[in-house]
Write a protein that binds this ligand. Structure first.
Ligand code: VOV
Length: 248
């Protein structure tokens, strides 16, 4: 019989994509640009402090191509905190020269397909670390939303638990062959945003994104059941890199 799988949830996630309005940026005075940058860097310092206190985590990446110029990925305990972060950023002078292009709300999720029976997963420090992770500061990021298909013979939600477990095991095997090359954060978004999951991948070598997504396309789990939204790919940012990017 098909039945819902128990899931474990950790921190809430906001992937916030922005473009820079270069005309607006160039029209600010040197002094205003300095103030805008100071405000931005003080927010970055606050995000770092939250991460150091293990109360959340933030990743900051540029985005290549016209879909956005940069992305914040914030992980926090509550949706209210994510809202506060968003509002605090929106109030800054720097935000006035940015244009929101896309956002995605989800919560870090682990299914119980591979759970060990008879154990309390929340007592397992490895599981808690995966639900409330400090995001990697890898050179590259790749984000995309996805669904599991619900059509005719390819309806994920009509499969039995055993069938789904079989598919996820095969998926996990491919995933594990990328150990050390790709770090994935899978966040559930049913009832939170327009797709069912937000997938964020981190890698030192951006080619590994192409390799893993390509290899998974041939695996039945993704071949039959995977539906994908837009892909965003980019490079690690920090204060120094942002200063270079904003320099006129
Ligand atoms: C480093 C790569 C990597 C690894 C190791 C990995 C492993 C695993 C395991 C073991 C499990 C099952 C956990 C459970 O539920 O017990 C999952 C679960 C999941 N994955 Fe994954 N995945 C990876 C990588 C990885 C990628 C690249 C994608 C995108 C798929 C693609 O085609 O573009 C993905 C998707 C998902 C999703 C949407 C889920 C939830 C499905 C659900 O129905 O719940 N994932 N994933």
């Amino acid at each position: 019989m098909s039945e819902a799988m128990q899931t474990l949830e950790g921190w809430y996630v906001l992937n916030d994509f922005r473009a820079i309005d270069w005309t607006a940026w160039k029209s600010l005075s040197k002094q205003e640009r300095g103030r805008a940058e100071d405000e931005l860097y003080s927010l970055l310092a606050q995000y770092q402090a939250t991460e150091d206190q293990r109360e959340g985590s933030t990743a900051f990446y540029s985005i290549v191509g016209q879909k956005a110029d940069f992305m914040f990925m914030h992980l926090r305990e509550t949706l209210e905190e994510l809202n506060e972060l968003e509002t605090a950023f929106n109030k800054t002078l720097f935000a006035q020269v940015t244009i929101p292009t896309f956002s995605y709300v989800s919560v870090v999720e682990l299914g119980s397909y591979m759970a060990k029976p008879g154990t309390d997963p929340m007592e397992d420090p490895d599981i808690v670390a995966r639900l409330k992770p400090t995001l990697p500061k890898a050179r590259h990021v790749c984000f995309y939303p996805m669904n599991k298909r619900r059509e005719g013979n390819d309806n994920w939600y009509m499969l039995s638990v055993d069938e789904r477990r079989g598919f996820m095991r095969a998926h996990g095997m491919i995933g594990r062959s990328y150990a050390g090359k790709i770090k994935q954060i899978i966040a559930g978004s049913i009832g939170l945003d327009d797709w069912e999951w937000g997938v964020t991948l981190f890698a030192e070598d951006a080619l590994q994104f192409k390799k893993i997504v390509h290899e998974m396309r041939f695996d039945e789990t993704s071949a039959r059941f995977g539906e994908f939204g837009e892909f965003y790919v980019g490079n690690l940012l920090n204060r120094d890199k942002m200063e270079t990017m904003l320099k006129l």
